[in-house]
Design a protein around this ligand. Structure first.
Ligand code: NAD
Length: 485
């Protein structure tokens, strides 16, 4: 019997499911069991062509609709997404392995928030009137045209919506390529937009690996590329987009610092460190994986952290009691286990976890290393798994310098009761998305994105509008034209 996760077809183009079995088969594996639950096919050149030409054709009429009309469709899509939250969450769990306890509250719900928020903004995207004596200039905020979205595997519904909702609100059309690891959820986003009344062709989904992504990015009809992925992929995609002078948004990786001062509330700080390292089994780009703890509270912090980490419930992700799921793939599990071995070899002190869990699926125990130093591999490279590095520090000045000593700059957090210090430290940290006495909150109202190698541009909030639109300025002369001859 066909597994319930198997989609009707691999791609969604021009308002309907489309299949082309000539494309390379991509197995979809349920990370909690290792079982193959679905197969999709990578887009052939014919499918890529169909998606791009459809989106290009649909965009003009979509941009001509009023913002109110476009916004109404997006807000209707948000409502449908919330109504179907349970089914979408189950699918998200099949796609990623993340526990239902998380997917019920963090995926389709976050996608719906983006659809609702940008749906609400769509009607207010106006320009300016700039008086110049008798003459004047007016500006118009216009769509970019055809946008390509490329997703990472950790938040397939959310990423499709975080890119699709602002793109569509501004009057663009989108071709979205999910990660080949989690190809299922974006198809549902496309289906919901059609059910909400979006014109066929304004949001399309094609499957495939980097090669398909590359074909989309280099197509001359494409005006903008928004990628969520790793820094190495980001560099390639940014370069390819630059070749065609395309707009980009790059949401890339991180190795973010979370700084905990002696005066912090220990339980809140431990909670922040848990949220910033073990949510989605650590497969979150903004994670605060370098936890700098001031020496005075180090052992107390570690003891409480180990105790609370021991409460993680590993198990069947479909059981709502489970609070910690598997790695997305066997390969990712092996990469993370390799980093854990490196941590041990390089002399970090293992506080808890450190092994593959003794159960089916690709589970790794939530792992904490203490006595980590800045030069250790686990403190320098993005692991993208449940491995927290705890580093000691003495002074504010020292910790800020060490926190900034990385090519990345996605997020940063600080826990302290001294608010002057909190703002000063955040002001000195090189990061795009920051937290004071909290970690990893990502409301749609707040800009999200990184500095340095972690990215370019911002998602969410009004900032995202700037990255999916451009300004036309129009000079209007009321009198005669003066000319030199
Ligand atoms: P990845 O870089 O391997 O792949 C990302 C996407 O890019 C995939 O869809 C892939 O098929 C595509 N791709 C690969 N090569 C390409 C090419 N040459 N041209 C066009 N597309 C190409 O990343 P991943 O392993 O799926 O995800 C993990 C990474 O994503 C981590 O580094 C993580 O930090 C990052 N991430 C960032 C954010 C953020 O918002 N900043 C969010 C989630 C994940």
């Amino acid at each position: 019997m066909t597994h319930p996760a198997q989609p009707k077809a691999s791609h969604f183009i021009n308002g309907e499911y489309v299949e082309d079995t000539a494309g390379t088969p991509i197995p979809v594996i349920y990370a909690a069991t290792g079982e193959q639950i679905a197969t999709v096919h990578a887009a052939t050149p014919a499918i890529v062509e169909q998606a791009l030409s459809t989106a290009k054709a649909a965009q003009k009429a979509w941009a001509k609709m009023s913002g109110t009309e476009r916004g109404r469709i997006l807000r209707r899509a948000a409502d449908i997404m919330r109504e179907r939250n349970h089914d979408l969450s189950v699918l998200e769990t099949y796609d990623t392995g993340k526990p239902l306890q998380e997917t019920l509250v963090a995926d389709a719900t976050s996608g719906a928030d983006a659809l609702e928020y940008f749906g609400g903004l769509a009607a207010s995207l106006t320009g300016e009137h700039i008086p110049l004596g008798e003459d004047w200039v007016y500006t118009k905020r216009e769509a970019l045209g055809l946008c390509v979205g490329i997703g990472a595997w950790n938040y397939p519904t959310q990423i499709a919506c975080w890119k699709g909702a602002p793109a569509l609100a501004c009057g663009n059309a989108m071709v979205f390529k999910p990660s080949e690891t989690t190809p299922l959820c974006a198809l549902k986003v496309a289906e919901i937009l059609i059910d909400a009344g979006a014109p066929a062709g304004v949001f399309n989904v094609v499957q495939g690996m980097g090669e398909v992504g590359g074909a989309l990015v280099t197509d001359p009809r494409v005006d903008k590329v928004s990628l969520t992925g790793s820094v190495p992929t980001g560099k390639k995609v940014y370069a390819a987009a630059a070749e065609g002078m395309k707009h980009v948004t790059m949401e890339l990786g991180g190795k973010s610092p979370l700084i905990i001062f002696d005066d912090a509330d220990i339980d809140n700080a431990v909670g922040g460190a848990i949220n910033g390292n073990f949510y989605s089994s650590g497969q979150v780009c903004s994670n605060g994986t370098r936890v700098f703890v001031q020496k005075g509270i180090k052992e107390k912090f570690l003891a409480r952290l180990a105790e609370r980490t021991g409460n993680a419930i590993l198990g069947d992700p479909m059981d709502e009691a489970t609070s910690f799921g598997p790695m997305v793939t066997e390969n990712q599990m092996n990469i993370v286990l390799g980093y854990i071995e490196k941590g041990k070899e390089e002399g970090a002190r293992l506080i808890c976890g450190g092994r593959r869990a003794d159960m089916d699926g690709y589970f790794i125990e939530p792992t904490v290393f203490a006595d980590v130093t800045d030069d250790m591999t686990i403190a320098r490279e993005e692991i993208f798994g449940p491995v927290m590095s705890v580093l000691d520090f003495d002074t504010e000045e020292e910790v800020v310098a060490r926190a900034n000593d990385t090519e990345f700059g996605l997020s940063a957090g600080v826990f302290t009761k001294d608010f002057t210090r909190a703002h000063r430290v955040i002001g000195n940290l090189e990061a795009g998305s920051c937290f004071i006495n909290s970690y990893n909150d990502a409301p749609v109202e707040a800009p999200f994105g990184g500095v340095k190698a972690s990215g370019v541009g911002r998602e969410n909030s009004k900032e995202a509008i700037k990255h999916f639109s451009q300004v036309k300025s129009v000079y209007v002369r009321m009198g005669d034209v003066e000319a030199a001859f």
